[in-house]
Design a protein around this ligand. Sequence first.
Ligand code: 5RP
Length: 252
Amino acid sequence: SKKANPAAVMSSPPHLILTQDELKKIAAYKAVEFVESGMVLGLGTGTTAKHAIDRIGELLRQGKLANIIGIPTSTQTHEQASSLGIPLSDLDTHPVLDLAIDGADEVDPDMNLVKGRGGSLLREKMIEGCCKKFVVIVDESKLVAYVGGSGLAMPVEIVPFCWKFTAQKLQSLFEESGCVAKLRVSAENGEPYVTDNGNFIIDLYFKKDIGDLRAAGDAMLRLAGVVEHGMFIDMATTLIVAGEFGVTVRNK
Ligand code: 5RP
């Protein structure tokens, strides 16, 4: 049998295997290249967006960026950004944003997203819907063939009042897709997870494609207890994906 030549093995470049968090950081840093001084910026929520916010804070400290105003999409992001000295505002004062940067839980081939596994989908949708440019940053594990295709949760924010009733209605809506609706509970105390807006989250799990996304979204919003769903349809303008073979930037 053929033995490996140790000299050849030693001289070949080491194969770098990056962790998921390192890939997230690469995507985030790439997105921050779109940020210019004077911009009003939507600041996303989650482990990927966190890297982008850290980077913006660093560039401000180094004087490479100036006069940035951040609009945070959660209390968690508000805390991070203010601890980094990023000046903050809100949609009441700045209803039009130049750019938003945020992660996603799923991205389909048309750049439709599932968001909200971090629980901030309502504020994210309000803020990212007001941006001239919305840059989505993901590692390649977030790419799916269709929305719901990861088999993981599609979050829906609902009012706490009679949540079981609303969860049941949501599940029935997608019966044909084998939908299972579950109340999100906090890992810390097993109590219902409460959003920044005082609401609950129902996580929907699908066995099959739900088909027309707009029709599905509209049907959910017609249920009186539903506040917002986690599908971000046709909102992303730029997608940055970091993977084993590099980083790609795609514009819509
Ligand atoms: C929070 C979100 C996040 O963007 C999404 O959950 C991705 O999170 P992460 O970057 O931690 O993978 O929608 O509501």
